[in-house]
Each structure stands twice: as structure tokens, then as C-alpha cells.
Design a protein around this ligand. Structure first.
Ligand code: HEM
Ligand code: FPP
Length: 284
């Protein structure tokens, strides 16, 4: 197996975002962020996210071959054998969990395991091909990443990480359903029941809007309850207003163009929120 294929199978950009989510969870609860635990956390998340992503490529190689966006992936083209992919996935997962247990603690490892399990088994194996609820439950993977980070220290209170985990949970439908509008033909061809395939683009756009109102509302709770300050509060408000504005545009014109803008905004939206959490707690 070539290095470039192995890296592609690990979905590194998503791994980096998962690691950033965990880092924000740690920063949210720690009085002082220590560099070594932070590095260990980031490493375990990159390995764990990579391990589950390799498994996703392996399991989905049949349907990936039916979709334009994914038909050139290494597992579809036979660049990597299923046995090699399985070994890579298992190796990365074992390395991730051992790193978390040996350098951090077993509560971090447990949350990391649950995140991996949600993506690899609950989403990929059980739900993706069966129901449009697939990505709603799949979103729990992001929540577990945040909770894994919060478990690095023994937090004095769990309310803040719990609220942030809810926000992560609500982020996924707004992130993915917009993209699903753009990719509806692909998903239809592979018979995957993503929301726009099942209920059409118009209703999907409305459900994205409804979800984003809940998402933006949940993101403001830590500020409203005094757990985070004004830097976070104003950032979350601004990011949420842009998201809802783009959603409204999509409801008015459910075109591929606006679906693209909605998806594109979901990534800086999340990263902005995560950076604001860390700055709010540690930048005086
Ligand atoms: C079940 C839930 C999710 C689904 C179905 C989903 C689906 C997708 C898809 C199809 C893409 C496009 C990838 C491509 O262009 O090949 C994407 C991009 C992305 N996703 Fe998600 N996603 C989910 C959850 C998450 C989570 C939890 C995170 C991290 C916290 C995340 C982070 C990203 C990032 C950073 C990108 C852009 C980078 C890239 O294109 O690879 N996603 N997502
Ligand atoms: C805590 C922890 C380690 C969590 C890891 C979870 C993880 C990597 C979540 C990402 C979810 C994701 C990118 C789904 C992509 O859907 P898809 O696989 O259907 O997209 P595709 O069509 O591009 O393959």
C-alpha cells in the first residue's frame, strides 16, 4: 500500500476537524491547557478518526463505486486490498486507544472508542443504507470527540461540555444535508436514503433551517448560562446569523449553488465556534 493511499483512506481533513473539536473540549474545561496532554489528545483523535475512516472506505467500497464523487477512491480502484485496509483500520484504532489509555486516561479512551463506534458501526454499517436518520445519529461521533477532550482533566462541572456536545450533535445535519442536496443524484444512484432523496430538496431546505435555528440556539446556551463570556457569545451569534441567513436563501431558492454555499459555511462555522470556546476560556 502506498503512503498516499493510506492517507487518503484516513480522511485527514475530517481527522483534523475531529482533533480540533476534542482540543476545544479540553480547553473548555481545563484551567490551564498543558502542551503534552494536548498533543497526546490530538494524536489519539487523528489515529482514531483515521482508523474509523479507513473502515468506512472498506465497508462502503461497493456504493462508493456507484457515485461520481467517490468512484476514484483507493478501495474502489483496487489500489489497496481489503485485507490491508482492515489491518490498517485495526492498527490505527488500537494505536489510538492505547495512546489515550497510556498517556491520558481511560475515560478519554472510552469516549474515543464510542466516537469510532458511532461512525464505523452505527452510521456506516447499521444506518447509512437504511434510513435518512443515518446522519442524525452519526452526528454523535462529533459529540464524543468533544467529550473525549473534556475528559482529559477531571472537570469540576459537566454542564459546559454537555451543552457543547449537544451543539456538535446539532451541527451535523446542517453540515451534511446541504451537501446532500448537491449530491442527491449520486446518492439516488447508489440507493442511499439521504434526506433530499427521500423527501425532496424543498423540504430538506426547510428542515436544515429548522435544525440550524436549534443549532444556533444551543450554541448560545453556554453564554446565556454564564459558562462562557462575551467573546464566545458574540462570535456564536455572528456565525449563527450567517448560517441562518444562508439557510433562508436556500429555502427561497433550493438550488445547487446555495446548497454549495451552505455546506461551505458549515466548516468555518464549526471551526470559528471551537476557536471562540478556547479563546474565551484562555485569552485574557
Ligand atoms: C455522519 C455524519 C457526517 C456525514 C455524513 C458527513 C459527510 C461529509 C461529506 C460527504 C463530505 C465531503 C467530502 C468530500 O468532498 O469528499 C464532508 C466534508 C467534511 N466533513 Fe463531514 N460529515 C459528517 C460529520 C462530520 C463531522 C462529525 C465532522 C468533524 C467534526 C466533519 C467534518 C468535515 C470536514 C472538515 C469536511 C471538509 C473536508 C473534506 O472535504 O474532506 N463531518 N462531510
Ligand atoms: C471521536 C472520533 C474518532 C470520531 C470519528 C468520527 C468521524 C471520522 C466522523 C466523520 C463522519 C463523516 C466524515 C462521515 C462521512 O460520511 P460518509 O463516510 O458517508 O462520506 P463519504 O461518502 O465521503 O465516504
Amino acid at each position: 500500500m502506498r503512503l498516499r493511499h493510506g492517507l487518503e483512506l484516513m480522511k485527514p481533513r475530517i481527522g483534523i476537524t475531529i482533533a480540533a473539536t476534542a482540543a476545544a473540549g479540553y480547553a473548555a474545561v481545563a484551567d490551564k491547557v498543558e502542551p503534552l496532554p494536548m498533543l497526546a489528545l490530538i494524536l489519539s483523535m487523528l489515529l482514531g478518526s483515521g482508523g474509523s475512516a479507513v473502515f468506512n472506505h472498506l465497508y462502503d467500497r461497493d456504493i462508493d463505486g456507484m457515485m461520481k464523487r467517490t468512484r476514484n477512491r483507493p478501495m474502489v480502484k483496487g489500489d489497496v486490498s481489503p485485507t490491508d485496509a482492515l489491518m490498517l483500520s485495526a492498527g490505527l484504532t488500537i494505536a489510538a486507544l492505547s495512546t489515550a489509555v497510556m498517556t491520558l486516561n481511560w475515560v478519554v479512551a472510552l469516549h474515543l472508542f464510542l466516537g469510532i463506534f458511532v461512525y464505523a458501526v452505527i452510521y456506516t454499517v447499521w444506518l447509512k443504507r437504511r434510513t435518512w436518520w443515518n446522519i442524525v445519529f452519526g452526528g454523535a461521533a462529533g459529540s464524543f470527540a468533544l467529550l473525549a477532550g473534556a475528559a482529559v482533566v477531571e472537570p469540576s462541572q459537566w454542564l459546559l461540555p454537555t451543552l457543547l456536545a449537544v451543539t456538535l450533535f446539532l451541527w451535523t445535519p446542517s453540515h451534511f444535508w446541504a451537501l446532500a442536496i448537491l449530491l442527491a443524484d449520486d446518492y439516488r444512484a447508489a440507493r442511499i436514503p439521504m434526506l433530499p432523496v427521500v423527501v425532496g430538496e424543498r423540504l430538506t431546505a426547510r428542515l436544515i433551517l429548522l435544525n440550524s435555528v436549534l443549532l444556533a440556539g444551543s450554541s448560545l446556551l453556554p453564554w446565556g448560562l454564564g459558562l462562557l463570556g462575551t467573546l464566545y457569545g458574540w462570535t456564536a451569534t455572528g456565525l449563527g446569523l450567517v448560517l441562518i441567513g444562508l439557510n433562508l436563501k436556500l429555502v427561497a431558492t433550493p438550488s445547487r449553488r446555495w446548497a454549495g454555499w451552505n455546506f461551505a459555511w458549515s466548516i468555518p462555522y464549526l471551526l470559528g465556534l471551537l476557536i471562540a470556546i478556547a479563546l474565551d476560556r484562555h485569552w485574557n
